[in-house]
Write a protein that binds this ligand. Structure first.
Ligand code: ZN
Length: 592
């Protein structure tokens, strides 16, 4: 670039910068026990007669409209000298402020934060946690501007952990609104430790006690980072933050570009549960590439106002699930047999889910907002998990690629190509059509057969064909039909209650419903154990009587025992020199 162009560009930049509106936030928490955060939003260099501020309705990575505006109170706006400005709510998550031509508006509001999950915000006297979309409003039409966030921790909190860039003190810079809300913040007295891996400096912020051992975690988390960086060819971050909540609830995680929040049971760091934790680390970390950088076009930049639809969550979550397990193998946490046991566990789970023959995985992706995240008692009959089915399809594609290219290429190479084309060359994401076209160009063949049958259709995967390339014979060990009633039960307040009725089962045919209380089996009062024992004595075609209560009315049903096949696929090794080489390449160890 020559000097005069440089000066001209500099002038243009200066001129634009001089007129751009500016948004800075301050986050306070003066009374942690009230569970309210206080947010100030200062908008300056304004030109418009009115502005609209908006609260997101969802948190990226978690596909449910959560209506974060429901926790927002006391929204006020004043000008630079403290005069109130007129503010009016115009829809569920938007407020319109009449600026009367002033240059600066200070908006303040409070957010009730008492849901400790990875996708919401929380505050009590032990810590504060902020997931940005549930905390910070944005200026409508101005999500692209940079600004700063000042955090005022409560006096009892000594530390702030966030991947936002520090400007010194408790002031943090953000490049745009997407980045601000993509960096969760932990404020409290958390323990921090660090490790370096794959050229990236990692910080782990631990809230809550647990049976963890820091040296072990440093070693094991570093192995996962190394294994996944080898899979993707490079690691785009310089620094990365893990926020870990050690509490009592079941585990979960949420991905971000250069951080993640994991919420786990505090006693998870031993035995099988520990492998579950490492697998969660591997899952969320892999997302820094898959979904946070290479992604469907609709998943970034985001529309925070509504559902963001894509057919591709089976790739975002399914491929990530495939690689979280494979990374554990590549980092030596599993033997080949342990890895295969996990994979076949998933295959047999999916193939026995009635919804697998009803809902194509592309539809499961698209409808995540109203189905996966809003499951009900009938979901088992109508839906399939895009995590599990997507994981299987990723495995099948990997096997297909390994066989086709004789172990010279794997699914890793395809992902590296996607990463280069749709993130590094231009950070735009891809459409459903572009994803398929990329796979076809990588394989140099038409892949309609795969998408029609398995992605947009519900055909049973041809496991025999896919596993043959790595020398595994697949046997269908499905036993003949076995007697079954077709329900799942639970005990609630001492009552035995039906919680699931399988489609096409005897239970459905003869009139049993979810929420029915089972009282007696052939005249004998039963609890959960008695009931299971009695049912087990019946063969297909046997008649028996059940006494149930529905809405407090006693009813007797005569039922004829049904039958059902439980599908079971098993593998056995049948190697020749080529397939053995391909198998060992597939399930190799990369990181010792
Ligand atoms: Zn995920």
């Amino acid at each position: 670039m020559n000097k005069s162009i440089f000066l001209l560009l500099g002038f243009i930049y200066f001129s634009l910068a001089g007129y751009a509106v500016n948004v800075d936030y301050t986050l306070g928490m003066s009374h942690p026990n009230s569970h309210y955060f206080e947010v100030d939003m200062e908008v300056s260099d304004l030109k418009e007669k009115f502005i609209t501020i908006k609260m997101p309705v969802w948190a990226p990575g978690s596909y449910l409209v959560r209506e974060f505006a429901k926790s927002v109170n006391q929204v006020k706006a004043v000008d630079a000298i403290g005069n109130n400005l007129e503010i009016k709510k115009v829809n569920k998550n938007s407020w319109r402020i009449e600026t009367k031509g002033v240059k600066k508006v200070k908006i303040s509001y409070e957010v009730y934060a008492f849901e400790l999950s990875v996708r919401t915000s929380f505050l009590d006297d032990s810590h504060g946690y902020v997931n940005g979309t549930s905390m910070f409003m944005y200026l409508d039409g101005e999500k692209d501007i940079a600004g700063q966030l000042t955090i005022k921790p409560h006096q009892s909190f000594s530390k702030i952990s966030t991947a936002l860039k520090s400007k010194g003190g408790n002031v943090y810079a953000y490049d745009d609104y997407d980045q601000l809300v993509d960096c969760p913040i932990e404020i409290g007295n958390q323990k921090e430790f660090h490790f370096d891996a794959a050229g990236v400096h990692h910080t782990v912020a631990m809230y809550g006690e647990g049976n963890y051992d820091i040296p072990t975690l440093k070693t094991d988390m570093a192995k996962i980072v190394e294994a996944e960086t080898i899979i993707m060819g490079e690691n785009p971050n310089k620094e990365y933050l893990f926020i870990i909540h050690n509490i009592t609830v079941p585990s979960g995680g949420l991905e971000h570009k250069n951080s993640t929040t994991l919420q786990v049971n505090r006693w998870t760091y031993e035995g099988d549960a520990y492998l579950g934790f490492i697998s969660l680390v591997a899952h969320e970390y892999f997302h820094l590439w898959n979904v946070k950088r290479m992604r469907p076009k609709t998943l970034g930049p985001f529309d925070y106002d509504c559902e963001n639809y894509t057919d591709l969550l089976w790739v975002m979550e399914g491929f990530t699930s495939y690689y979280d397990e494979l990374a554990l193998r590549r980092a030596g946490f599993y033997t080949q047999e342990e890895y295969l046991a996990k994979l076949f566990g998933t295959i047999n789970y999916v193939e026995n889910q009635p919804g697998n023959s009803v809902q194509p995985v592309a539809h499961a992706s698209f409808d995540a907002w109203i189905k996966a995240y809003r499951s009900n008692e009938n979901s088992v009959n109508t839906t399939i998990s895009y995590y599990s089915k997507g994981q299987i399809l990723a495995a099948m594609l990997d096997l297909y690629i390994i066989h086709k290219f004789k172990a010279e290429k794997t699914l890793d190479d395809f992902l590296q190509m996607l990463y280069a084309d749709f993130y590094k060359k231009s950070d735009v994401g891809y459409t459903e059509e572009e994803f398929q076209a990329s796979l076809e160009s990588f394989l140099d063949e038409d892949m309609d057969w795969f998408f029609d049958k398995y992605v947009y259709g519900t055909q049973v995967v041809n496991y025999k064909k896919f596993f043959k390339g790595v020398g595994l014979d697949i046997t269908d060990k499905t036993k003949g039909a076995s007697p079954t009633l077709g329900i799942k039960t639970k005990t609630e307040d001492g009552k035995l209650i039906i919680r699931t009725v399988y489609a096409g089962s005897a239970a459905e045919k003869y009139g049993l419903s979810v929420n029915d209380e089972i009282i007696a089996f052939e005249g004998y009062r039963v609890d959960q154990d008695d009931f299971s024992d009695y049912v087990r004595t019946k063969l297909s075609g046997d008649k028996f009587e059940l006494l149930i209560a529905r809405d407090n009315i006693l009813m007797s049903y005569e039922i004829i025992m049904g039958e059902q096949q439980r599908l079971k696929y098993v593998y056995s090794k049948n190697f020749d020199a080529t397939t053995e080489k391909q198998f060992n390449h597939w399930l190799r160890v990369d990181v010792q």
